[in-house]
Structures are given as C-alpha cells and as structure tokens.
Design a binder for this molecule. Sequence first.
Ligand code: ADP
Length: 495
Amino acid sequence: MDEKFILALDQGTTSSRTLLVDSKGTIRGTSQMEFKQIYPKAGWVEHDPEEIWASQWTTIWKVMEDARIDFSQIAGIGITNQRETTIIWDKMSGTAIGNAIVWQDKRTAPICEQLKSKGLEDYVRENTGLVIDSYFSATKIRWMLDEVDGAQKKAEAGELLFGTVDTWLIWKLTGGKAHLTDYTNASRTMLFNISTLEWDPFLLEQLNIPHSMLPAVKPSSGLFGYFKDEGHRIPICGVAGDQQAALFGQACLEEGMVKNTYGTGCFMLMNTGDNKVISKNGLITTLACSTGENIQYALEGSVFVAGSAIQWLRDGLKILKNAADSEKMAAEAAGCEDLFVVPAFAGLGAPYWDMYARGAIFGITRDTTGAQLVKATLESMAYQTRDVLEAMAEDSGIKVKSLKVDGGAVVNNYLMQFQADILNVPVERPEVVETTAMGAAYLAGIHLDWWDYRIIMADRRIDREFTPVMDSDKRQTLYHKWQDAVRRTRGWAEK
Ligand code: ADP
C-alpha cells in the first residue's frame, strides 16, 4: 500500500509553509512562500486574505509535487498559524470585506483606551487571561465593523463571519462548509472566556460584536471538516496557534514544562496543566493545545527584542557580518563581565511592561570592543529570558527543571550555555527545530491514531543539553547587575 503522510500547514506572519510528515514523525518535504506585508500608515500592518490562502495553497501543491505524491496519500491536515490576525468575510460570497489586520497592528490603541476607561481591565484579565491590548482580535473586529461601510448592519443580519487565520484556511479548505476555530486561537481574541470555554457574552455586548459572526470552538486535535479532491476526503484534524503548537511540538505536555522560542523576540510558554493561573507579574494566561475535553492552560510571556538586537549589530552598527559570527566574537570577548546591553528599543515587555523604557549600554570604558558589545547583546537575550522565567515561577509556584528551546538563535552555542548558566537550569535543544509545524502534525496524527502523548514524548530527541557550570556567586552578581541596568532604563522616553 502507498505510504501515507500528514500535511502540516504553518501559516506565519511573513510566509506560508507546508511540511510533509510521515508516520514516523519525520519531515520528508518542505515548501515555503513569502507574501506581501502591507503598511498603509505608520503602525498599521495588513495582509491580503486571498494572498494568504493562495500562498498556502501553492506550498501544499509544491511539497506534494516535489515528493511526487497526490492527495490519495495524504491521511490528514494539521494547521498552525500566526495568532490574533483578524479577517472578516461575507458568508454568501466568501469575499473578505477588507485586508486582514495583523497582530502587530496598533491602529486600535484608542479603542483599547476606551475599554480601559470603562474599567474593564480586571474583567478581561479574569475571564480571557489577557491584558487589554491592540494585539488581540477583539478591537480589530470592532474597527472593521466601524470603518467598512454597512459592516455592522450586515454583521447584525448574520451575513458576515469573523475568523483568525486558522478559521480562514479551514473555510477555504472545506469550500465554505466549516466555520471553526480551536481553543488556542480563540483564547487570543480577547472575546473567549477561558473558564467557561465559551464566547463571553458580556465582552461581546461591550464591544457590540454579534455572536453570529463567531466560529464554533473545538479542541485542537479533532475533526474540523474535510478537504475534498477528486474523490479523496482528507480530514483537517489538528489546529493550534503558533506558540501553543510549538509548546506541543516540544512535547511540553505536562504541568511545569516550559519552552522558549528565540526569534525576532522571545516567546516563553509554560504548561500549567488544569490550573488557570492568573498572573501578578505581567504574564498572560492562555489555552494550551488540548486533544479532548481536558483543558490545559499555559502562562505566556514575551520579550520584544531578542534576535532583532543581533540584526541591529549587523545592519545598524555593522559590527557583525552575519548573525552566526556573533558566537565566535562572544567567545573572543570571554572574561569581559562588566558590559551590559539592555535592548529596550521599543520599551520593555514581560514582566516590566514599560513602554517608556529605552535601550542603554552600561559599563563602557576606553577598552570596550565590538566583540564585547556582541557578547553583552547575546547575554541580554538570556537575562530577559530569566526575567520572564522568574515571573512564571512566582505566578505558578512551579520550579522549572529544564528549558526547552527553539527558534533561529538557538544554533548559537555561546547563547545556550550562557542561558543555562544564568538560569541555573539545563537548556535542551531538540534535534528537530521545526517545533511549530511538528506541533500541528502531532495534533493531526493523534486524531488519526498514528501517535499518542507517550510516543510523542518518547520520540523527542535532544540535539544537545547545556548544563549550568557557572558558580552561584558569579551568577548572582551578574543577574543583580542586569537588574540594576534594567532599572536605569525605565521611564527614559517620558523625560
Ligand atoms: P522569526 O521567526 O521571529 O522571524 P527566527 O526564528 O527565524 O525568527 O530567528 C531569526 C532571528 O534569530 C534573527 O533575529 C537573527 O538575528 C537571530 N539569529 C539567527 N542566527 C543567530 C545566531 N547564530 N546567533 C544569534 N542570533 C541569531
């Protein structure tokens, strides 16, 4: 019999990708296509929903063509996606009423201020796990209903549908038959009640958003509908937002397990099991992937500037030729421990949430070299990660035993060793760093009975474990200095 595969669709912010995964969990093909970023005004970011779909579809075809297979060999489809990005379309024609408003888009900040002035912050935190912010979908929906001619009326007449990108792809793949999302994506809208697992009637009323626009919500592993092609019926059976999919793909399936992704920024998620931990330290509470009705929660913290500080050294200061050179340069600067870089280029994220903080370099002397600056910048990623991890430990009462890592910067051995040292926790780098797409593949494979939790946990292979070697006095001194440096950057832009 012909070999069977899962298609893992990874719809990201800058590109759409599809991975072909076999029944052993091995990646057998990859295809990727970038699409247009639309910046109509400062602070606005849009995508063309049809281009999102077309680029995704192209990668599906390409990956199958390269592997010389057709849909008869596809057992199931998993989807992971950029989160929060908002699309509204006409139920009858399937046409979007405008471009997708992307998660980074800040145009709805004034709507967020209105919600705050109504005193909704505590309610939102308690019930959605989130802080009121323009990232999340709710205010983007409000904006479209206000700004697109006749949209509110049509929405009230039940003629419009809302979806995050997963919902849009499911709609397209099923030919408009399924209007669905999963718990992880729903939990990023700021409209979903993460305790009752229903759209929150009070918030819908406050934002004047008709319930009829919203997709039905399901566990991440399960049947979402079928894609049909020439007599083949392929189940779409795994769906999760990108960070939650990465948590799953890293096999962080039990309470207390944590992953950190080092990309442009850092995203850390901790599985908190069935405990809905509401943060006192600037983290958000979100739904993790679930494979049945048993819900798992996660705490999430993000750092705005991580790998992008390395890009700054390369493209801005031009003291690096490429990102990979940073490892060698940091090693060259060994022994220099007095230089600290706080890359608060756009304020500070978790756990500080200070939009007025600005970047600074501390400890410069006449001898300071470019290599030392590179080393201190790499170290800032590790310090910021410790800040978030400490907040998680405090909120959850869980002492973390190891940190699982992924993302573009984890190839840097200097960074990984320093991370282990400054946390005093082992850092595990997996062999397969495609954790996001693999998360979607696993979710689909669980529904297909290809795998279960045990197999996924047992199959995860570690490329390298970095164990802490720094002595504790030194660790403490360095971290105190970092905290002091951060303190001195706070509130700068206000003055
Ligand atoms: P994203 O998905 O956010 O675009 P990636 O996971 O692709 O990011 O990671 C890219 C980031 O990693 C870039 O910001 C880059 O500067 C950083 N990076 C890549 N290689 C290295 C390296 N060897 N050392 C440190 N940082 C690196």
